[in-house]
Design a protein around this ligand. Structure first.
Ligand code: GUN
Length: 290
């Protein structure tokens, strides 16, 4: 019988901790963590994500500001705004919501964010630091998944972990974090042969594909831990993950629901990164004053 890992509950506990740490930082040094969120265009899903990120900031006592640019804004306008925010002392984190309109190159944009304010951990410097295992920030979704796995106390070392999906945002860093914890990691993607067989050999299966009902019960080993990063709509328009939940849940030892699994953790880890950016800035400032 699958045991449900509640990202909602785990993230509530973490947010309470983040809120307390932010209050301490404010009392000790007068610094309030600040997050700038930039949204270009009118993508409905992005609008919801951005609103949720701002609400989370309010919840933990951070300063946050949304910057809305029109669908037709130029790359130069966006880079100018990032340039201003890079120098803004009240903003410790800068997040540009993806995807961007086609005429704007996301890599150019990401590379213009000051690495110490890159709370998504998408800048090549931060990606490289993650690769060598010496990092300031972890990308929010993979970091949230690690928290969920750790919450159930299951040993990762030596386990076969299968990550389905190879995006820069989730799949690739996810595999790296599991590798750092001594898992044997397989990354699967759209060209993988024997996908079902590989998935069915996983002790821990992480799906980040973006297709409803993609992971079926035959692809899951009895007793596996199943983490569903998907955020999809089913045929009835209902929010669902990648995993065919009803049939997979009885086989899994632990499973994350959608909604209420990975989703809330992603935003919580963004809060954690923003707090860390503010703490790091404070220690750098202190260091240079001494
Ligand atoms: N779009 C989907 N996921 C993310 C994310 O983690 N960060 C940003 N900036 N945009 C996204």
């Amino acid at each position: 019988m699958g045991k449900i890992i509640s990202g909602k509950e785990i993230s509530q506990a973490l947010r309470a901790k983040i809120k307390a740490e932010a209050a301490t930082l404010r009392e000790d040094s007068g610094i309030q963590p600040g997050l700038a969120v930039i949204l270009v265009g009118n993508d409905p899903a992005s609008q919801i994500y951005v609103r949720n990120k701002q609400r989370a900031c309010e919840e933990v006592g951070f300063h946050s500001q949304e910057y809305k640019l029109s669908e037709n804004a130029t790359e130069e306008q966006l880079l100018d705004l990032i340039g201003v925010l890079n120098k803004d002392n009240k903003m410790h984190g800068i997040l540009v919501q993806l995807p961007l309109p086609d005429h704007i190159d996301p890599q150019t944009v990401i590379q213009n964010i000051a690495p110490e304010k890159d709370v998504d951990a998408f800048h090549p410097i931060n990606v490289g630091k993650i690769m060598i295992g010496d990092y300031d920030f972890l990308p929010c979704t993979p970091a949230g998944v690690m928290e969920l796995i750790d919450s159930i106390g299951v040993e990762i070392s030596g386990k076969h972990c299968v990550v389905v999906g190879r995006s820069n945002i989730v799949g690739k860093p996810m595999a790296m974090l599991l590798l750092h914890r001594n898992a044997t990691v397989t990354i699967c993607h759209s060209k993988t042969r024997n996908l079902a067989e590989i998935c069915a050999s996983a002790d821990i299966l992480v799906s980040a594909v973006g297709k409803a009902n993609f992971i079926t019960a035959d692809m899951v080993k009895e007793g596996a831990v199943v983490i569903d990063v998907g955020m999809n709509r089913d045929a009835d328009g209902k929010l669902c993950g990648d995993v065919a939940y009803a049939s997979v849940e009885p086989k899994a030892s632990y499973i994350t629901p959608v909604p209420g699994g990975v989703g809330p953790m992603t935003i919580t880890m963004l809060m954690q990164n923003t707090l860390r950016a503010a703490q790091l800035k404070q220690s750098r400032t202190k260091g240079s004053a001494e």
